[in-house]
Design a binder for this molecule. Structure first.
Ligand code: SF4
Ligand code: SF4
Length: 167
């Protein structure tokens, strides 16, 4: 279960859906450089106030994309062939990407630890991708991630307040 304060951020984000939509229409008009200079400092300030070990919401409801190298590494971890690993744990989504065939992630332990932490997919290491550089795709995913990741929700709500975005 999520800590109360984490759940509160997500609840507030979901309740402000229209204002968040307006925020993203506003952000879409900004350049990559402007977006990076908005998100990067807020990420540095806010993300580290949260404890992923207390949360694990992304592992429970999203799951990562698996690149070929991720599959290779994890198959080796489980001493399986790549095909065997893929057949056990993965499916192909509508974008043609390899993703988990069930959620929560089967490698998520009861105490929120990741069983394969040192070998986890790159997408898990990089989530919520706010240090990747703000491409259009990352911006779109950030809008979706606000409903899942409490620090992302907090960052977006702060930006909406800063720019006095109205629904
Ligand atoms: S591999 Fe680990 S970090 Fe990635 S979703 Fe599963 S439990 Fe979470
Ligand atoms: S990245 Fe976000 S959603 Fe995932 S565990 Fe950390 S705080 Fe929770």
């Amino acid at each position: 279960m999520l800590p109360e304060s984490y759940e509160a951020q997500l609840t507030r984000f979901r309740a402000e859906k229209k204002r968040m939509n307006a925020l993203f229409r506003f952000l879409e008009k900004k350049s990559k450089k402007e977006l990076d200079s908005l998100f990067y400092p807020l990420y540095q300030e806010i993300f580290f106030r949260y404890d992923c070990g207390e949360c694990a919401n992304c592992c429970s409801v999203l799951g990562p994309r698996f690149a070929d190298k991720d599959i290779e590494r994890l198959a080796a971890y489980f001493r399986m062939k790549k095909k065997q690993f893929a057949a056990c744990y993965l499916e192909i989504d509508e974008d043609g990407d390899s993703v988990l065939n069930e959620l929560p992630c089967p490698f998520l332990c009861d105490d929120n630890r990741c069983l394969v932490y040192n070998d986890r997919p790159k997408a898990c290491r990089d989530f919520p991708h706010l240090l990747d550089g703000m491409t259009k795709e990352v911006l779109h995913r950030t809008e979706l991630n606000g409903a899942v990741c409490p620090p992302v929700a907090e960052i977006l709500l702060l930006l909406a307040d800063r720019f006095q975005i109205k629904a």
